[in-house]
Design a protein. Structure first.
Length: 248
C-alpha cells in the first residue's frame, strides 16, 4: 500500500502577535500511514520581518496513530518577541483522517485542528480542510486548502482561507529536498486585495533516519527544515522553521 504523506501545518497567522496559531503558515507536517506509531515532536519557527523584532515560537508535543486512518497530536506552544521572555501561548489538539490509501492517483485526507490561546481575548481557533497528495516517480506533490475561524467572546471572526503546497524529490529516505510555500488569502468568500494577502515560498529539506536493527522497527528520527521569504501579514519577512521528531 502506498505510503501517504499529508502536508498540513496547522493554524493561521492573522497577525504578527505571538500566537501559536501560525502552524499552517510555517510548517510542513507530514503524516504517514504508520499504524501504532508514536512520536515526541519538537518544532520551532522564527520570523524576521522588516523593521520589526524577531519572533520565535517553539512547540513540544506527542502524537499517536492508533490505526491506519486516524492521526492525533497534542502540543503546547511558547512565544517570544525580541528580548522578551518565553511565555506559554497556546495548546493545540490536531486530528487528521486519511480518507484514501493509495488506491487513487491523488490521495486525500481531512485535517482538523483546535487551538486554545492562553490570551483570553483570542479565544479558540478551529481549522479544517482537505490535504491532497500525488506522486510522479520520486517526486511527491502536496496541495492543501484550509479554512479557519477564531472564536472570541465577542465577536467571532469571519472564516479565513489559506493554502500550502510542496514539491520534493525523494533522493532516499534520509534525504529529501524541494520547495514549499504558504499563503493567507483573507475571508473565504471575499479574498483580500492582493496587497493585503500573504504569500511565502522557499527551499526545504527533510529525511527519516531509522534507528532500529530490524526492518519492522518503528524507531526513527525525522527532521525537516526550511527558509521561506515573502509577505507575512502584509510585511516582507523571512521565516526559518525546523521540526525534529523521535518516532517509536
Amino acid at each position: 500500500m502506498k505510503k501517504f504523506a499529508l502536508t498540513a501545518t496547522f493554524s493561521f497567522c492573522v497577525s504578527m502577535s505571538m500566537s501559536a496559531q501560525a502552524g499552517s503558515g510555517y510548517y510542513l507536517v507530514s503524516i504517514y500511514e504508520n499504524e501504532g506509531e508514536k512520536t515526541i515532536d519538537f518544532k520551532s519557527w522564527s520570523s524576521f520581518p522588516e523593521n520589526r523584532a524577531t519572533s520565535t515560537v517553539p512547540e513540544l508535543g506527542i502524537s499517536y496513530m492508533p490505526n491506519k486512518t486516524w492521526y492525533t497530536e497534542v502540543y503546547a506552544s511558547w512565544a517570544k518577541r525580541g528580548a522578551s521572555s518565553l511565555a506559554n501561548s497556546a495548546w493545540t489538539w490536531q486530528n487528521d483522517f486519511l480518507l484514501t490509501h493509495g488506491q487513487y492517483p491523488v490521495d486525500l485526507a481531512l485535517h482538523t485542528s483546535l487551538n486554545k490561546n492562553t490570551d483570553s481575548s483570542r479565544g479558540l481557533d478551529f481549522e479544517f480542510g482537505p490535504a491532497m497528495q500525488t506522486e510522479f516517480g520520486r517526486v511527491q506533490v502536496n496541495t492543501n486548502v484550509f479554512l479557519e475561524r477564531t472564536y472570541r467572546t465577542t465577536p467571532a471572526s469571519r472564516m479565513q482561507m489559506k493554502y500550502q503546497w510542496q514539491g520534493k524529490y525523494r533522493l532516499r529516505s534520509e534525504l529529501e529536498f524541494g520547495l514549499h510555500g504558504f499563503g493567507e488569502l483573507g475571508d473565504w468568500d471575499n479574498w483580500s486585495a492582493r496587497a493585503r494577502q500573504s504569500h511565502r515560498a522557499g527551499p526545504m529539506i527533510s529525511g527519516n533516519v531509522r534507528l532500529g536493527n530490524t526492518p519492522d522497527s518503528k524507531q526513527a528520527i525525522k527532521y525537516e527544515a526550511s527558509y521561506v521569504v515573502g509577505k507575512l501579514n502584509t510585511r516582507h519577512a523571512g521565516v526559518f522553521s525546523m521540526r525534529l521528531q523521535y518516532a517509536f
